[in-house]
Design a protein around this ligand. Structure first.
Ligand code: SAH
Ligand code: DHB
Ligand code: MG
Length: 221
């Protein structure tokens, strides 16, 4: 693999178009200081999510898996005045860091963080009639990705954009019997999307600062 070249090109793109400001850099530092794993999206992937949110004029965004709120901040910045983002996180320590990062970035008023397992908090959103969302970013634990996608569909309308991170995992999805339950989870989602008439979907491979991976990009029919 040309990992070094991919990283250099990612740098090149980021230098030209990344727009990673001090608040986003601070967020990464705060994640580091808290000893939380550096598994946020890359800067250019954050910008990509922001571009998509702007493209569809998203006013209501749902994120599954907050970590330190890095991707959350990128997307929240695409929201118009009065726009809203709900982000779901299971881990109190991650949530604490994220809430601080939202304040530091000045986006705390646009974001609502809900603590708990997404398999419980997603149905709560359904019961509250919190949907439909314009954009849903799935990026929490990988084994239940198909179940998260199913719930995301129920929180959608025709035209909702659903994105799922980490669905290629350095090509490990090519192995139908891969022992890693994360790989199995994303592979189950990818197969579920095949011939699925509820969405128009593709997967883009991603390379760069992070390992070779991919994102599902699906529009609800
Ligand atoms: N979207 C973030 C990265 C998320 S990492 C970014 O790119 O900046 C995945 C997050 O999902 C972690 O914070 C983890 O604690 C959380 N998570 C794991 N299992 C979960 C579950 N069952 N419900 C909700 N969140 C979960
Ligand atoms: C993992 C999770 C992520 O969301 C990510 O972007 C990279 C890795 C993980 O759990 O391994
Ligand atoms: Mg991810």
């Amino acid at each position: 693999m040309n990992q070094q070249l991919f990283e250099q090109v990612d740098q090149y793109i980021g230098n030209l178009l990344g727009d990673e400001d001090e608040a986003l850099k601070d967020a990464i530092k705060a994640i580091d200081v808290a000893g939380i794993p550096q598994i946020s999206v890359s800067a250019n992937q954050g910008k990509f999510l922001q571009v998509l949110a702007r493209l569809i004029n998203a006013k209501k965004i749902l994120e599954v898996g907050t970590l330190g709120g890095y991707s959350t901040i990128w997307m929240a910045r695409a929201l118009p005045v009065g726009g809203k983002l709900i982000t779901l996180e299971i881990d109190q320590a991650h949530a604490d860091v994220a809430l601080q990062n939202f304040k530091n970035a000045g986006v705390e008023n646009k974001i609502e963080l809900r603590l708990g397992p997404a398999i419980d908090t997603l149905p709560v959103l359904l019961h509250e009639n919190a949907g439909p969302f314009d954009m849903i970013f799935i990026d929490a634990d990988k084994p239940p990705y198909p179940e998260y996608f199913e719930l995301a569909l129920q929180l959608s309308r025709p035209g909702t954009l659903i994105i799922a991170d980490n669905v290629i995992r350095e090509g490990k999805v090519l192995d139908d019997n891969h022992p890693d339950d994360k790989v199995q989870g994303v592979h189950r989602l990818n197969k579920m999307l095949s011939g699925n008439d509820k969405v128009t979907a593709t997967i883009i491979q991603t390379v760069g600062a992070k390992e070779h991976d991919g994102m599902v990009i699906a529009v609800v029919n």
